[in-house]
Design a protein around this ligand. Structure first.
Ligand code: SAH
Length: 356
């Protein structure tokens, strides 16, 4: 196991578990992803995975046009209070930011740029793409003086989840322990966790596993509260489900392959499905308007990805095949079109969003 090397995260987890006992899965996932993203550029064919903005410029352009359309249609209300801010959570290589800002510029909107990014390695890459940006470690330091136009693509899926399992003794948290051969294994913790299970889900058969993501809930609540107070609109785009479900969705991807999430912590991208069904009411409770949650395919189609595909193909006929393939990947049901969802939020009084 390469993760056994001195200085590896696996080695420090083993020492920690030996000293203080099993750690929560959320702790494991948070540290593994902080190490993973902090030390590399994971995107693209040479990296571990490819995201929608890296597949085609059309994705970021349509996101930018959606935000600009919201801004223009919000009209007077939007302009009343200070500068408008483009905010992106977990911008990766800032490809989406660059494409969205270019499209917004064509639509007559030049917002200030705020990127929330935890990884020093990715911040360096973002600085090349969007030199005018301001960086933030988390949402707390984002400006409060004007409306925000926010996007988060594949951000919530990287936040740590808590897994709760129903045992004969009640609900317990899934913890990470070390077995005799030094490998990481999941066990049920000893602390009763019934209070952490949503009330309507407590009565479940023994063996039932549910995931909750307190970190994603906190992000959506913070964004929704800011929309209500400052004005603006937000898009959360991620793979996930629109209805509550049971079972583990934790997965690890390395070099475009699924690998064991417990084999080499910090060396693969750990993600889970985003539970959009839970997030929408949390946003509404903060006073934001929920515009809808829909598939990425129908959303991009409603925004005109077909016309954009044709235009790009006419402008560069030698790339027509590539552009058509990218469109298919983003939109078709067998690829990203159905699994990936788009959740739209806005300030009360802001218009209904296109595509919902
Ligand atoms: N939106 C980009 C990248 C998605 S990968 C794209 O679509 O290509 C996840 C991104 O979120 C990375 O930029 C990663 O560094 C960042 N990230 C993950 N967890 C974070 C956290 N807790 N705080 C801030 N940024 C985080």
């Amino acid at each position: 196991m390469s993760g056994g090397a001195e200085g590896s995260l696996a080695a420090s987890f083993r020492r920690l578990i030996a000293a203080t006992g099993p750690i929560s899965l959320a702790h494991y996932m948070a540290e593994a992803n902080a190490r993973y993203y902090g030390s590399r550029d994971p995107f693209g064919t040479a990296g571990d995975f490819i995201t929608a903005p890296e597949i085609s410029q059309m994705f970021g352009e349509l996101v930018g046009l959606w935000l600009a359309d919201m801004w223009h249609r919000a009209g007077q209300n939007a302009g009343q209070s200070g500068p408008v801010h483009y905010v992106e959570l977990g911008p990766g290589r800032a490809t989406l930011a660059r494409d969205a800002l270019r499209a917004m510029g064509h639509a007559g909107l030049r917002p200030q740029v705020h990127l929330v990014e935890g990884s020093p390695a990715l911040r360096e890459i973002q600085r090349e793409a969007v030199p005018q940006a301001h960086w933030h470690h988390d949402l707390s330091s984002l400006p409060t003086d004007g409306p925000i136009l926010l996007v988060a693509n594949e951000f919530l899926d990287a936040l740590p989840v808590r897994q709760l399992v129903k045992t004969a003794q009640g609900w317990r948290e899934r913890m990470v322990a070390v077995d005799e051969s030094g490998g990481f294994v999941c066990i049920a913790g000893s602390t009763p966790m019934d209070a952490a299970v949503p009330e309507d889900r407590r009565e479940a058969e023994e063996g039932t596993l549910i995931e909750t993501c307190p970190a994603a809930a906190a992000v959506v609540q913070e964004v929704a509260g800011r929309l209500a107070a400052q004005g603006g609109a937000a898009l959360f785009i991620d793979y996930g489900h629109a209805q509550p479900r049971t079972g583990s969705t934790l997965q690890a991807v390395r070099a475009h392959r699924k690998v064991d999430p417990f084999a080499d912590p910090g060396e693969a991208d750990l993600t889970t499905h985003v539970d959009f069904a839970t997030l929408a009411p949390l946003a509404q409770a903060q006073g934001a308007r929920w515009l809808g949650t829909t598939g990425q395919g129908p959303w991009l189609t409603a925004l005109g990805i077909d016309a954009r595909t044709d235009a790009l193909s006419r402008a560069a006929p030698h790339l027509a095949g590539e552009v058509a393939a990218a469109r298919h990947r983003l939109v078709s049901e067998e690829e990203m079109g159905d699994l990936f969802k788009v959740m739209g939020l806005a300030a009360p009084g802001w218009p209904q969003g296109a595509g919902f």
